[in-house]
Design a protein around this ligand. Sequence first.
Ligand code: FPP
Length: 223
Amino acid sequence: MDGNGRWAKKKGLPRIAGHKVGADSLKEAVKTCAEAGVKHLTVYAFSTENWKRPKEEVGFLMTLFSQTLDREVAELEKNNVRLRFLGRLQDFSPELQKKMKAAMERLSKNTGLNLNVMVSYGGRAEIVDAILEMRKDEVPNDEINEETVGKYLYTKDVPDPDLLIRTASEMRVSNFLLWQIAYAEIYVTEVLWPDFRKKELLAAIVDYSKRERRFGKTSEQIK
Ligand code: FPP
């Protein structure tokens, strides 16, 4: 969800104003995906590196996560959304962890859109955590393969993403789902996240629908 800071700067506002409007874009993205029949939406809300941002910005984001949860859980429930926070949840304050876990528990039985919110998340950290877990479980060498590794990632029961959307013209992966995006289709838009609304999201999905996904095969083979 890139470009919150730039959006605010363009308007002469503090960076946090961009995050606040960015939360509205997220709400709209969830609604749009649910309506469009998307089964999984995974958003990058806070990276392992974001802890290094100025203290005030980190503090504001924590408050925003907490307030958004208070405000939106009932609506998510109504819309049959299954919410999960994935990442190093242990890095958050005990209060916020409690709130995240309570929201996940409350929405865990829902059968509509799966909303995965990546927090204190890094693709490399996730792979390191998976290796540590595999060692703890003493997984034998001959059982270590791509499928097994996938089962030790935070996203164990989430299919690999079909479409990766990058807002604010970012042409890099920024440590997001490094393992899972091996064959994701990438869509880059100059639109900043606070302006990325229903119209922009549907345009990305339409663009995706025109791609030819070959997964390493030839065009003829996939016909
Ligand atoms: C990146 O833009 C955005 C973030 C680090 C925060 C994203 C959080 C939200 C959109 C708030 C809503 C989320 C939840 C889960 C309620 P940036 O700050 O790097 O923007 P810039 O690249 O323009 O500086």
